[in-house]
Design a protein around this ligand. Structure first.
Ligand code: NAD
Length: 296
């Protein structure tokens, strides 16, 4: 049975580690939160007392951490996991971080004879629990293929975007586009309502016209139009505004570095910063429609 060390058992990592157990992997887990660690033990993982202990004898090291500073701290600068991970192991970092963080991790790993890929995900907590995430990977093709069994246990769609860091670039482009079409969908629906249309009728018309897009099809931001969307449960659950803001920040930082013009992404970031700053950090990102309601 292949051994997986799993570090970072939060909203996403908890379900991902549980799916690895279900697929027959021998998972040793570590998280700073004892509650998160306990939940993963209940899902069938063994608990380690430190990150270093979790990676001993690992065939794969999977991490799902909040940001690039923590990823670099754990693997390179403080916990120095790369100095204790077995040489034959494959590091699969699924955290959403800047491409340069992923490139540094891969290069420091390769310098020690360890393989590493970046594998950020799309899909959110429900997909993490269901094992239906999309993985956008960056790294060598052989390493991507070596990760296939582990990734398949946690996801439904696996993509190799290019070399190290390319998975992060694909993820930030995707999420910038998601923010832009969510904002556009929200303001269009509100415009229609302000001018006397029923949001469900307008949604159906646009869905079957040239305005159709993923936000309208799967994630309607207007309350009551789509029964299972976060909009119909006061924007609880789903994808938090603070995470969208983080992803837009990564996109704009990258755009600054590449001198790319991203006017729609910049505007979307400003709108999400405004919205999150009004006490909406923890609410779903489709709640951005409230910025377009009169009197709000
Ligand atoms: P989370 O905050 O719920 O989980 C992160 C976990 O990492 C926490 O349990 C925390 O205790 C642990 N952690 C932090 N520092 C640690 C350390 N030094 N050692 C060990 N454990 C440590 O976050 P999440 O929502 O699971 O997101 C994780 C990553 O997935 C982020 O990079 C996020 O951007 C990305 N992501 C999240 C979603 C989503 O919908 N939540 C969707 C796609 C991608």
């Amino acid at each position: 049975m292949a051994k997986v060390a799993f570090i970072g058992l939060g909203n996403m990592g908890g379900g991902m580690a549980a799916n690895l157990v279900k697929a027959g992997f021998d998972v040793t887990a570590f998280d700073l939160s004892s509650a998160a660690l306990q939940a993963s033990v209940e899902a069938g993982c063994s608990a380690a007392t430190s990150a270093a202990e979790s990676v001993a004898n690992a065939d794969y090291v999977v991490s799902m951490l909040p940001n690039g500073a923590i990823v670099e701290s754990i693997y390179i600068d403080n916990d120095k996991l790369l100095d204790v991970i077995p040489k034959a192991a494959l590091v699969i970092d699924c955290s959403t971080i800047a491409a340069q963080n992923s490139r540094r991790l891969a290069s420091e790993a390769n310098n020690r004879g360890i393989r590493a890929i970046d594998a950020p995900v799309s899909g959110g907590v429900a997909a993490a629990d269901a094992g239906t995430l999309a993985f956008m990977c960056g790294g060598k093709e052989a390493d991507f293929e070596a990760a296939r069994d582990v990734l398949s246990a946690m996801g439904a769609n696996l993509f190799l975007a290019g070399d190290s860091g390319a998975g992060q670039v694909a993820k930030m482009c995707n999420n910038m586009l998601l923010a832009v079409h969510m904002v556009g969908t929200a303001e269009s629906l509100q415009l229609g309502v302000d001018n006397g249309l029923d949001p469900a009728v307008l949604s159906e018309i646009m869905l079957n016209s040239s305005g159709a897009n993923w936000s309208l099809e799967k994630y309607n931001p207007y309350p009551g139009v789509m029964e299972n969307a976060p909009a119909s449960r006061n924007y609880e659950g789903g994808f938090m505004n603070m995470l969208m803001l983080k992803d837009l920040g990564l996109a704009l930082d990258a755009a600054t570095g590449s001198k790319s013009s991203v006017p729609m992404g910049s505007l979307a970031r400003s709108l999400y910063a405004l919205h999150a700053g009004k006490g909406n950090e923890q609410r779903d990102f489709s709640s951005i429609i409230e910025q377009f309601k009169k009197g709000e």
